[in-house]
Write a protein that binds this ligand. Structure first.
Ligand SMILES: O=C(O)C1=C[C@@H](OP(=O)(O)O)[C@@H](O)[C@H](O)C1
Ligand SMILES: C=C(OP(=O)(O)O)C(=O)O
Length: 426
Protein backbone atom coordinates (compact mmCIF):
# COMPACT_ATOMS: atom_id res chain seq x y z
CA UNK A 1 0.00 0.00 0.00
CA UNK A 2 1.22 3.51 -0.72
CA UNK A 3 -0.26 6.77 0.54
CA UNK A 4 0.13 9.62 -1.95
CA UNK A 5 -0.27 13.32 -1.22
CA UNK A 6 -1.15 16.15 -3.60
CA UNK A 7 1.55 18.70 -4.45
CA UNK A 8 1.28 22.28 -3.22
CA UNK A 9 3.45 23.97 -5.89
CA UNK A 10 4.59 23.49 -9.49
CA UNK A 11 7.00 20.74 -10.53
CA UNK A 12 10.44 21.80 -11.72
CA UNK A 13 13.75 20.28 -12.79
CA UNK A 14 15.42 17.89 -15.21
CA UNK A 15 14.99 14.14 -15.43
CA UNK A 16 17.04 11.53 -17.29
CA UNK A 17 14.32 8.95 -17.85
CA UNK A 18 15.55 5.34 -17.93
CA UNK A 19 16.44 3.52 -21.13
CA UNK A 20 13.76 2.47 -23.59
CA UNK A 21 12.21 -0.88 -22.70
CA UNK A 22 11.56 -2.00 -26.29
CA UNK A 23 15.10 -1.12 -27.40
CA UNK A 24 16.73 -2.69 -24.32
CA UNK A 25 15.00 -6.04 -24.99
CA UNK A 26 16.03 -6.02 -28.63
CA UNK A 27 19.62 -5.02 -27.85
CA UNK A 28 20.09 -8.02 -25.55
CA UNK A 29 18.50 -10.37 -28.06
CA UNK A 30 20.53 -9.31 -31.08
CA UNK A 31 23.81 -8.94 -29.17
CA UNK A 32 23.34 -12.48 -27.82
CA UNK A 33 22.78 -13.84 -31.33
CA UNK A 34 25.72 -11.89 -32.81
CA UNK A 35 29.38 -12.72 -33.10
CA UNK A 36 31.68 -10.59 -30.94
CA UNK A 37 31.41 -8.13 -28.07
CA UNK A 38 28.51 -5.68 -27.92
CA UNK A 39 28.30 -2.94 -25.29
CA UNK A 40 24.84 -1.65 -24.41
CA UNK A 41 24.72 1.72 -22.62
CA UNK A 42 21.74 3.09 -20.71
CA UNK A 43 20.15 -0.36 -20.58
CA UNK A 44 16.83 -0.43 -18.72
CA UNK A 45 17.26 -2.64 -15.67
CA UNK A 46 13.54 -2.99 -15.07
CA UNK A 47 12.19 -6.47 -14.37
CA UNK A 48 10.96 -7.07 -17.95
CA UNK A 49 14.33 -6.48 -19.62
CA UNK A 50 16.08 -8.46 -16.88
CA UNK A 51 13.88 -11.44 -17.82
CA UNK A 52 15.22 -11.20 -21.38
CA UNK A 53 18.81 -10.90 -20.14
CA UNK A 54 18.48 -13.91 -17.79
CA UNK A 55 17.00 -16.01 -20.60
CA UNK A 56 20.19 -15.64 -22.65
CA UNK A 57 22.37 -16.37 -19.62
CA UNK A 58 20.42 -19.64 -19.31
CA UNK A 59 21.34 -20.32 -22.94
CA UNK A 60 25.02 -19.97 -22.12
CA UNK A 61 25.69 -16.38 -23.25
CA UNK A 62 28.26 -14.47 -21.22
CA UNK A 63 26.58 -11.24 -20.10
CA UNK A 64 28.17 -8.82 -17.69
CA UNK A 65 26.04 -6.05 -16.20
CA UNK A 66 27.53 -3.06 -14.40
CA UNK A 67 24.71 -0.69 -13.50
CA UNK A 68 23.16 0.51 -16.74
CA UNK A 69 25.93 -0.90 -18.91
CA UNK A 70 25.68 -4.41 -20.28
CA UNK A 71 28.51 -6.20 -22.05
CA UNK A 72 27.58 -9.24 -24.11
CA UNK A 73 30.17 -11.65 -25.51
CA UNK A 74 28.24 -13.17 -28.39
CA UNK A 75 29.51 -16.29 -30.12
CA UNK A 76 26.80 -16.49 -32.75
CA UNK A 77 23.39 -18.16 -32.70
CA UNK A 78 24.88 -21.62 -33.31
CA UNK A 79 26.62 -21.46 -29.90
CA UNK A 80 23.43 -20.93 -27.91
CA UNK A 81 22.72 -23.91 -25.67
CA UNK A 82 19.52 -25.62 -24.68
CA UNK A 83 18.48 -24.10 -21.32
CA UNK A 84 18.35 -26.72 -18.57
CA UNK A 85 15.52 -24.92 -16.75
CA UNK A 86 12.22 -23.43 -17.92
CA UNK A 87 12.64 -19.75 -18.82
CA UNK A 88 10.73 -17.31 -16.62
CA UNK A 89 9.46 -14.33 -18.61
CA UNK A 90 7.72 -12.77 -15.60
CA UNK A 91 5.30 -10.05 -16.71
CA UNK A 92 6.85 -9.33 -20.09
CA UNK A 93 4.79 -9.67 -23.26
CA UNK A 94 7.65 -8.34 -25.38
CA UNK A 95 10.10 -10.96 -24.08
CA UNK A 96 7.60 -13.75 -24.67
CA UNK A 97 6.49 -12.85 -28.17
CA UNK A 98 9.94 -11.92 -29.52
CA UNK A 99 11.62 -14.94 -27.90
CA UNK A 100 8.99 -17.23 -29.45
CA UNK A 101 10.31 -16.03 -32.81
CA UNK A 102 13.93 -16.69 -31.86
CA UNK A 103 13.42 -19.99 -30.02
CA UNK A 104 11.38 -21.41 -32.90
CA UNK A 105 14.50 -21.34 -35.07
CA UNK A 106 17.10 -22.60 -32.57
CA UNK A 107 17.83 -26.35 -32.61
CA UNK A 108 16.72 -27.26 -29.08
CA UNK A 109 13.80 -27.62 -26.68
CA UNK A 110 12.64 -24.81 -24.40
CA UNK A 111 9.79 -24.31 -21.97
CA UNK A 112 8.71 -20.77 -21.15
CA UNK A 113 6.36 -19.46 -18.46
CA UNK A 114 5.32 -16.22 -16.82
CA UNK A 115 3.24 -14.64 -14.07
CA UNK A 116 -0.55 -14.76 -13.82
CA UNK A 117 -1.05 -11.72 -16.06
CA UNK A 118 1.29 -12.95 -18.78
CA UNK A 119 -0.28 -16.42 -18.63
CA UNK A 120 -3.63 -14.94 -19.60
CA UNK A 121 -2.35 -12.91 -22.59
CA UNK A 122 -2.89 -14.40 -26.07
CA UNK A 123 0.15 -15.84 -27.80
CA UNK A 124 -1.61 -17.31 -30.84
CA UNK A 125 -1.04 -14.03 -32.67
CA UNK A 126 2.61 -15.12 -32.95
CA UNK A 127 2.24 -18.89 -32.61
CA UNK A 128 -0.07 -19.22 -35.64
CA UNK A 129 2.20 -17.44 -38.16
CA UNK A 130 5.28 -19.09 -36.64
CA UNK A 131 3.65 -22.48 -37.23
CA UNK A 132 3.17 -21.47 -40.87
CA UNK A 133 6.94 -21.02 -40.93
CA UNK A 134 7.30 -24.57 -39.61
CA UNK A 135 7.65 -23.88 -35.87
CA UNK A 136 6.74 -26.53 -33.33
CA UNK A 137 5.08 -24.84 -30.33
CA UNK A 138 2.59 -26.31 -27.88
CA UNK A 139 0.82 -25.23 -24.73
CA UNK A 140 -2.55 -24.49 -23.17
CA UNK A 141 -5.38 -23.53 -25.53
CA UNK A 142 -3.56 -25.14 -28.48
CA UNK A 143 -0.52 -22.97 -27.86
CA UNK A 144 -2.35 -19.73 -27.07
CA UNK A 145 -1.32 -19.42 -23.43
CA UNK A 146 1.81 -19.85 -21.35
CA UNK A 147 3.41 -22.12 -20.32
CA UNK A 148 4.53 -23.01 -23.81
CA UNK A 149 7.13 -25.41 -25.11
CA UNK A 150 9.09 -24.87 -28.26
CA UNK A 151 11.08 -27.45 -30.19
CA UNK A 152 13.32 -25.46 -32.51
CA UNK A 153 13.17 -26.54 -36.17
CA UNK A 154 14.34 -25.56 -39.61
CA UNK A 155 11.98 -22.76 -40.64
CA UNK A 156 10.85 -21.50 -44.02
CA UNK A 157 10.14 -17.89 -44.98
CA UNK A 158 6.55 -16.75 -45.47
CA UNK A 159 4.70 -13.67 -46.58
CA UNK A 160 2.38 -12.62 -43.78
CA UNK A 161 -0.28 -9.93 -43.64
CA UNK A 162 -0.80 -9.11 -40.00
CA UNK A 163 -4.42 -9.16 -38.78
CA UNK A 164 -3.50 -7.26 -35.57
CA UNK A 165 -1.73 -3.97 -34.90
CA UNK A 166 1.32 -5.23 -33.04
CA UNK A 167 5.05 -4.52 -33.14
CA UNK A 168 5.60 -7.66 -31.09
CA UNK A 169 4.07 -9.88 -33.78
CA UNK A 170 6.02 -8.13 -36.54
CA UNK A 171 9.24 -8.45 -34.54
CA UNK A 172 8.72 -12.12 -33.66
CA UNK A 173 8.35 -12.99 -37.35
CA UNK A 174 11.33 -10.91 -38.46
CA UNK A 175 13.50 -12.54 -35.79
CA UNK A 176 12.31 -15.99 -36.86
CA UNK A 177 13.11 -14.87 -40.40
CA UNK A 178 16.80 -14.74 -39.42
CA UNK A 179 16.68 -18.55 -39.26
CA UNK A 180 14.19 -19.22 -42.07
CA UNK A 181 14.97 -20.44 -45.54
CA UNK A 182 14.36 -17.72 -48.15
CA UNK A 183 12.61 -14.45 -47.46
CA UNK A 184 10.16 -13.56 -44.71
CA UNK A 185 7.88 -10.61 -45.42
CA UNK A 186 5.62 -9.05 -42.82
CA UNK A 187 2.97 -6.51 -43.82
CA UNK A 188 1.30 -4.32 -41.21
CA UNK A 189 -2.10 -2.58 -41.34
CA UNK A 190 -0.74 0.46 -39.52
CA UNK A 191 2.88 1.35 -38.87
CA UNK A 192 4.00 0.18 -35.41
CA UNK A 193 7.31 0.81 -33.63
CA UNK A 194 10.20 -0.13 -35.91
CA UNK A 195 13.06 -0.65 -33.45
CA UNK A 196 13.49 -4.28 -34.54
CA UNK A 197 13.98 -3.31 -38.18
CA UNK A 198 16.43 -0.53 -37.28
CA UNK A 199 18.44 -2.68 -34.90
CA UNK A 200 18.54 -5.69 -37.23
CA UNK A 201 20.13 -3.35 -39.80
CA UNK A 202 22.66 -2.12 -37.21
CA UNK A 203 23.67 -5.75 -36.51
CA UNK A 204 24.18 -6.41 -40.23
CA UNK A 205 21.02 -8.37 -41.00
CA UNK A 206 19.71 -8.43 -44.54
CA UNK A 207 16.46 -6.50 -44.08
CA UNK A 208 14.54 -4.12 -46.32
CA UNK A 209 11.56 -1.98 -45.42
CA UNK A 210 9.08 -0.40 -47.81
CA UNK A 211 6.02 1.38 -46.48
CA UNK A 212 4.15 -1.05 -44.27
CA UNK A 213 6.20 -4.10 -45.34
CA UNK A 214 9.50 -5.45 -44.04
CA UNK A 215 11.41 -8.32 -45.67
CA UNK A 216 14.28 -10.21 -44.08
CA UNK A 217 16.49 -12.84 -45.66
CA UNK A 218 17.98 -15.63 -43.56
CA UNK A 219 21.26 -14.73 -41.89
CA UNK A 220 22.50 -16.39 -38.74
CA UNK A 221 25.81 -14.51 -38.63
CA UNK A 222 25.09 -11.10 -37.09
CA UNK A 223 27.94 -8.71 -36.28
CA UNK A 224 28.32 -7.37 -32.74
CA UNK A 225 27.72 -3.64 -32.35
CA UNK A 226 27.51 -1.08 -29.55
CA UNK A 227 24.10 0.33 -28.70
CA UNK A 228 23.10 3.48 -26.80
CA UNK A 229 19.57 3.07 -25.53
CA UNK A 230 17.64 6.39 -25.66
CA UNK A 231 15.40 7.35 -22.75
CA UNK A 232 11.97 5.70 -22.89
CA UNK A 233 9.29 8.07 -24.18
CA UNK A 234 6.70 5.77 -22.60
CA UNK A 235 8.29 6.46 -19.19
CA UNK A 236 8.78 10.16 -20.00
CA UNK A 237 5.03 10.30 -20.70
CA UNK A 238 4.22 10.21 -16.98
CA UNK A 239 6.26 13.36 -16.35
CA UNK A 240 5.01 15.03 -19.53
CA UNK A 241 1.52 14.49 -18.14
CA UNK A 242 2.50 15.66 -14.66
CA UNK A 243 3.93 18.92 -16.00
CA UNK A 244 0.89 19.76 -18.15
CA UNK A 245 -1.64 19.16 -15.35
CA UNK A 246 0.15 20.60 -12.28
CA UNK A 247 -0.09 24.42 -12.38
CA UNK A 248 3.21 26.36 -12.62
CA UNK A 249 5.29 23.36 -13.70
CA UNK A 250 8.24 23.21 -16.08
CA UNK A 251 10.21 20.00 -16.55
CA UNK A 252 12.91 18.94 -19.02
CA UNK A 253 13.26 15.26 -19.91
CA UNK A 254 16.70 14.54 -21.32
CA UNK A 255 17.89 12.22 -24.10
CA UNK A 256 14.43 10.80 -24.77
CA UNK A 257 13.89 8.55 -27.80
CA UNK A 258 12.02 10.44 -30.54
CA UNK A 259 11.61 7.67 -33.11
CA UNK A 260 8.52 8.82 -34.98
CA UNK A 261 6.78 5.48 -34.50
CA UNK A 262 6.74 6.33 -30.78
CA UNK A 263 6.00 10.05 -30.60
CA UNK A 264 2.21 9.92 -30.80
CA UNK A 265 2.05 11.16 -27.20
CA UNK A 266 3.81 14.40 -28.18
CA UNK A 267 1.46 14.91 -31.14
CA UNK A 268 -1.63 14.25 -29.02
CA UNK A 269 -0.52 16.52 -26.16
CA UNK A 270 0.37 19.32 -28.60
CA UNK A 271 -3.04 18.97 -30.24
CA UNK A 272 -4.59 19.34 -26.78
CA UNK A 273 -2.70 22.61 -26.42
CA UNK A 274 0.32 21.50 -24.39
CA UNK A 275 3.43 23.69 -24.38
CA UNK A 276 6.17 21.28 -25.52
CA UNK A 277 9.59 22.11 -26.98
CA UNK A 278 12.22 19.75 -28.33
CA UNK A 279 15.91 20.62 -28.35
CA UNK A 280 19.37 19.04 -28.67
CA UNK A 281 18.09 16.56 -31.26
CA UNK A 282 20.56 13.95 -32.47
CA UNK A 283 20.61 10.50 -34.02
CA UNK A 284 22.44 7.54 -32.52
CA UNK A 285 22.42 4.10 -34.18
CA UNK A 286 19.49 5.06 -36.41
CA UNK A 287 17.33 6.18 -33.44
CA UNK A 288 16.45 9.86 -32.98
CA UNK A 289 16.63 11.38 -29.50
CA UNK A 290 16.43 14.79 -27.86
CA UNK A 291 15.48 16.80 -24.79
CA UNK A 292 11.82 17.66 -24.20
CA UNK A 293 10.74 20.70 -22.19
CA UNK A 294 7.13 20.75 -21.11
CA UNK A 295 5.13 23.35 -19.17
CA UNK A 296 1.76 23.55 -17.47
CA UNK A 297 -0.82 24.37 -20.15
CA UNK A 298 -4.55 24.95 -20.50
CA UNK A 299 -5.85 21.98 -22.50
CA UNK A 300 -8.74 21.09 -24.78
CA UNK A 301 -10.29 17.67 -25.50
CA UNK A 302 -9.47 15.87 -28.77
CA UNK A 303 -10.28 12.66 -30.67
CA UNK A 304 -7.50 10.07 -30.73
CA UNK A 305 -8.03 7.34 -33.33
CA UNK A 306 -6.64 5.60 -36.38
CA UNK A 307 -2.96 5.57 -37.30
CA UNK A 308 -1.78 7.37 -34.18
CA UNK A 309 -2.94 4.56 -31.88
CA UNK A 310 0.11 2.24 -32.18
CA UNK A 311 2.32 5.34 -31.80
CA UNK A 312 0.96 5.97 -28.30
CA UNK A 313 -0.62 2.67 -27.24
CA UNK A 314 1.21 2.43 -23.88
CA UNK A 315 0.62 6.12 -23.12
CA UNK A 316 -3.18 5.93 -23.29
CA UNK A 317 -3.65 5.41 -19.51
CA UNK A 318 -1.79 8.61 -18.65
CA UNK A 319 -3.31 10.44 -21.62
CA UNK A 320 -6.76 9.61 -20.23
CA UNK A 321 -5.70 11.25 -16.98
CA UNK A 322 -4.56 14.36 -18.88
CA UNK A 323 -7.94 14.40 -20.67
CA UNK A 324 -9.74 14.73 -17.32
CA UNK A 325 -8.03 18.15 -17.06
CA UNK A 326 -8.88 19.27 -20.61
CA UNK A 327 -11.94 21.37 -21.46
CA UNK A 328 -14.53 19.36 -23.39
CA UNK A 329 -14.70 15.79 -24.58
CA UNK A 330 -11.79 13.48 -25.41
CA UNK A 331 -12.63 10.36 -27.42
CA UNK A 332 -10.19 7.44 -27.76
CA UNK A 333 -11.08 4.88 -30.46
CA UNK A 334 -9.47 1.94 -32.28
CA UNK A 335 -7.51 1.01 -29.15
CA UNK A 336 -8.96 -2.49 -28.62
CA UNK A 337 -5.38 -3.76 -28.07
CA UNK A 338 -5.58 -2.16 -24.61
CA UNK A 339 -7.77 -5.04 -23.47
CA UNK A 340 -4.93 -7.55 -23.73
CA UNK A 341 -2.09 -5.68 -22.07
CA UNK A 342 -0.88 -6.47 -18.53
CA UNK A 343 -4.54 -6.03 -17.57
CA UNK A 344 -7.61 -4.81 -19.46
CA UNK A 345 -6.44 -1.21 -19.54
CA UNK A 346 -9.81 0.14 -20.74
CA UNK A 347 -11.47 -1.16 -17.58
CA UNK A 348 -8.55 -0.35 -15.28
CA UNK A 349 -8.20 3.26 -16.46
CA UNK A 350 -11.92 3.96 -16.25
CA UNK A 351 -12.12 2.38 -12.79
CA UNK A 352 -9.15 4.29 -11.33
CA UNK A 353 -10.09 7.66 -12.80
CA UNK A 354 -13.78 7.40 -11.96
CA UNK A 355 -12.87 6.41 -8.38
CA UNK A 356 -11.06 9.76 -8.19
CA UNK A 357 -14.10 11.64 -9.53
CA UNK A 358 -13.43 11.82 -13.30
CA UNK A 359 -16.28 11.55 -15.80
CA UNK A 360 -15.09 8.69 -17.99
CA UNK A 361 -16.88 5.93 -19.88
CA UNK A 362 -15.36 2.74 -21.27
CA UNK A 363 -16.24 1.82 -24.87
CA UNK A 364 -15.59 -1.33 -26.91
CA UNK A 365 -12.33 0.01 -28.33
CA UNK A 366 -11.37 2.92 -26.08
CA UNK A 367 -12.98 5.45 -23.78
CA UNK A 368 -14.67 8.84 -23.60
CA UNK A 369 -13.57 11.43 -21.05
CA UNK A 370 -15.58 14.55 -20.21
CA UNK A 371 -13.42 17.35 -18.80
CA UNK A 372 -12.52 19.36 -17.01
CA UNK A 373 -13.28 17.76 -13.63
CA UNK A 374 -11.52 18.05 -10.29
CA UNK A 375 -9.99 14.84 -8.93
CA UNK A 376 -10.56 13.82 -5.30
CA UNK A 377 -8.84 11.41 -2.94
CA UNK A 378 -9.69 7.72 -2.72
CA UNK A 379 -8.47 4.15 -2.72
CA UNK A 380 -7.26 3.01 -6.12
CA UNK A 381 -5.98 -0.27 -7.53
CA UNK A 382 -2.87 -0.79 -9.64
CA UNK A 383 -4.22 -3.99 -11.22
CA UNK A 384 -0.57 -5.13 -10.90
CA UNK A 385 0.05 -3.09 -14.05
CA UNK A 386 3.01 -0.68 -14.02
CA UNK A 387 1.36 1.85 -16.33
CA UNK A 388 -1.88 1.91 -14.30
CA UNK A 389 0.11 2.29 -11.06
CA UNK A 390 2.17 5.23 -12.41
CA UNK A 391 -0.93 6.88 -13.86
CA UNK A 392 -2.52 6.67 -10.39
CA UNK A 393 0.54 8.24 -8.76
CA UNK A 394 0.54 11.15 -11.25
CA UNK A 395 -3.22 11.63 -10.70
CA UNK A 396 -2.60 11.94 -6.96
CA UNK A 397 -0.44 15.05 -7.58
CA UNK A 398 -3.57 17.07 -8.44
CA UNK A 399 -6.10 15.27 -6.21
CA UNK A 400 -7.89 17.34 -3.57
CA UNK A 401 -7.10 14.76 -0.90
CA UNK A 402 -4.90 11.75 -0.12
CA UNK A 403 -4.88 8.87 -2.62
CA UNK A 404 -4.10 5.35 -1.45
CA UNK A 405 -2.64 2.99 -4.07
CA UNK A 406 -2.98 -0.69 -3.16
CA UNK A 407 0.41 -1.79 -4.53
CA UNK A 408 3.18 0.12 -6.31
CA UNK A 409 5.57 -2.81 -6.84
CA UNK A 410 4.66 -3.29 -10.51
CA UNK A 411 6.39 0.03 -11.30
CA UNK A 412 9.70 -1.89 -11.17
CA UNK A 413 8.69 -3.56 -14.45
CA UNK A 414 9.59 -0.48 -16.50
CA UNK A 415 10.68 2.36 -14.20
CA UNK A 416 12.52 1.36 -11.00
CA UNK A 417 13.60 4.98 -10.31
CA UNK A 418 10.11 6.43 -10.74
CA UNK A 419 9.57 7.63 -7.15
CA UNK A 420 13.11 9.07 -6.88
CA UNK A 421 12.56 11.05 -10.07
CA UNK A 422 9.18 12.26 -8.86
CA UNK A 423 10.75 13.38 -5.58
CA UNK A 424 13.47 15.21 -7.50
CA UNK A 425 11.01 17.54 -9.30
CA UNK A 426 8.86 18.39 -6.25
O1 LIG B 1 7.38 -4.36 -29.42
C1 LIG B 1 7.41 -3.81 -28.30
O2 LIG B 1 8.47 -3.60 -27.67
C2 LIG B 1 6.12 -3.41 -27.70
C3 LIG B 1 5.00 -3.35 -28.49
C4 LIG B 1 3.66 -2.98 -27.97
O3 LIG B 1 2.90 -4.16 -27.84
P1 LIG B 1 2.08 -4.80 -29.07
O4 LIG B 1 3.01 -5.21 -30.11
O5 LIG B 1 1.35 -5.97 -28.48
O6 LIG B 1 1.14 -3.71 -29.51
C5 LIG B 1 3.74 -2.29 -26.62
O7 LIG B 1 2.46 -2.23 -26.03
C6 LIG B 1 4.71 -2.97 -25.69
O8 LIG B 1 4.81 -2.25 -24.48
C7 LIG B 1 6.09 -3.04 -26.28
C1 LIG C 1 2.31 -3.66 -22.78
C2 LIG C 1 3.49 -3.47 -22.22
O1 LIG C 1 4.53 -4.36 -22.23
P1 LIG C 1 4.59 -5.91 -22.61
O2 LIG C 1 3.60 -6.19 -23.70
O3 LIG C 1 6.00 -6.14 -23.01
O4 LIG C 1 4.26 -6.67 -21.34
C3 LIG C 1 3.83 -2.17 -21.58
O5 LIG C 1 4.99 -1.99 -21.20
O6 LIG C 1 2.95 -1.29 -21.42
Amino acid sequence: MRTLHPVSKGLAGNIDVPGDKSISHRAVMLASLANGTSRIDNFLDGEDCMATLQAFRHMGVSIEKKGKQVIIEGKGASHLQEPSVPLDFGNSGTTTRLMLGILSGLPFFTTIFGDQSLSSRPMDRVVKPLRKMGASIDGRGNGNYLPLSIRGKALKGIEYKMPVKSAQVKSALLLAGLFADGETTVKEMVKSRDHTEKMLKAFGADIKTEGLAATITSKTQLKATDIFVPGDISSAAFFLAAAVIVPDSEITLRKVGLNETRTGILDALKQMGADIEIHHEEEIGGERLGDITVRYSPLNGITIEGEIIPRLIDEIPVLALVATQAEGKTVIRNAEELKIKETDRILAVTDVLSTLGAKIEPTEDGMIIYGKTPLYGGKIKSYHDHRIAMMGVIASLIAKDTVVLDDASSINISYPEFFQHLQHIQ
